[in-house]
Design a binder for this molecule. Sequence first.
Ligand SMILES: Cc1c2[nH]c(c1CCC(=O)O)Cc1[nH]c(c(CCC(=O)O)c1C)Cc1[nH]c(c(CCC(=O)O)c1C)Cc1[nH]c(c(C)c1CCC(=O)O)C2
Length: 384
Amino acid sequence: MRSERFLRACRRQPVDGAPVWLMRQAGRYLPEYRTIRSKHDFLTMARTPELAAQVTLLPVERVHVDAAILFADILLPLDALGLGVAFTKEDGPAVAHPIRSDRDVAALPPFDPHEQMGYVLETIRVVRRELEGKVPLIGFAGAPFTLASYAVEGGASRDYRRCKEMMWKAPQVWQALMERLADVTLAYLRAQVEAGAQAVQIFDSWVGALSPDDYREHVLPHSRRVLDGLRATGVPVIHFAVQASGYLELIKEAGGDVIGLDWRVDIGEARRRLGPDVAVQGNLDPMALLAPPPVIEAKVARLLERGGSLSGLPGHVVNLGHGVLPDTPVEHVITMVEAVHRLSRNPAATAQVKGEGRPAEREDRTVQEEGRSGEGRGGWTRSS
Ligand SMILES: Cc1c2[nH]c(c1CCC(=O)O)Cc1[nH]c(c(CCC(=O)O)c1C)Cc1[nH]c(c(CCC(=O)O)c1C)Cc1[nH]c(c(C)c1CCC(=O)O)C2
């Protein structure tokens, strides 16, 4: 059943069809989102439970995903800590008061999710009520490193130079900061589960900037504290890390019931490396959703096969390898979700769609060639 697929796959139990949801599914690719967004700024939307709940529910109705994810942002708790987070159109998030010294870390105020993030907890309650059990609700937070990357760099970064400097020149400052951020994330996620989140995801979006050694020494213990602490909640925990396929084993060591994969690793190989005691989530290239629909279907077919869904290997939550791109046609998202449902329920049909990068049979030759030659260049001409 639709209501159970996602949580069952997270727990590596058999499912009637592979579950699918998309990171950033409650975002700008949805025309309904853009309409609401044209009337309110992003922070107002996130801080108004009625609006945030409405946006959370949009993709459940519109594209039939098997789970909802809370509409919020990983940076909201940093704002609650007094760092002054703004979302700018040009440069992405900006932090007005970045953390650069032991004094800055010591000056961070106490964090109480019930007091400071009450609006998010209220959104969760509203969403649960309105979902009426149709699909589960996923809560989320940033992993300590990814939060630190914004807190220390002051915004998006290309090389994470200030973080590495702090790690290597002032390791005790780095450690104190990471401990604070781990505490914040843990308290925040516990409160989300209490409010009704039925699974949680930790986003370590920028950790791939680190070498395996630095991950092991300067990040893993703090992520592990969060992940260990969440075990008592009893809800499945997804641990998503980007560009970390070189040290997936360390990501698993840090913890999580489900390991989120980006698209740079073959999901079958990842499953072999991770072993049978964790589920995996992912990992279609988000840009693949700009491809013509038959190409999307062929990629879904191969993903299902490589991920184990067609051979009955439990524990694959289908998703993209990172967030859905804002200029993705909503019809293509629907194509992906429908293909996951149709093909995972009928493995025999999948063999026909799959092919070696070949779009489906009903595909005409022109589009086929467009699909082939477009692949790898990174740019797709819109076919719809
Ligand atoms: C790194 C990160 C952020 N936020 C998030 C991450 C981790 C995931 C990832 O790696 O992408 C997580 C996030 N941000 C948002 C969600 C909502 C739920 C969902 O649909 O996934 C989630 C889970 C809404 C959002 N968060 C943001 C938007 C766009 C705001 C707008 O409408 O202008 C949304 C829908 C803003 C944001 N927030 C952040 C950035 C870099 C940006 C600007 C870039 C961008 O615009 O996509 C920080």
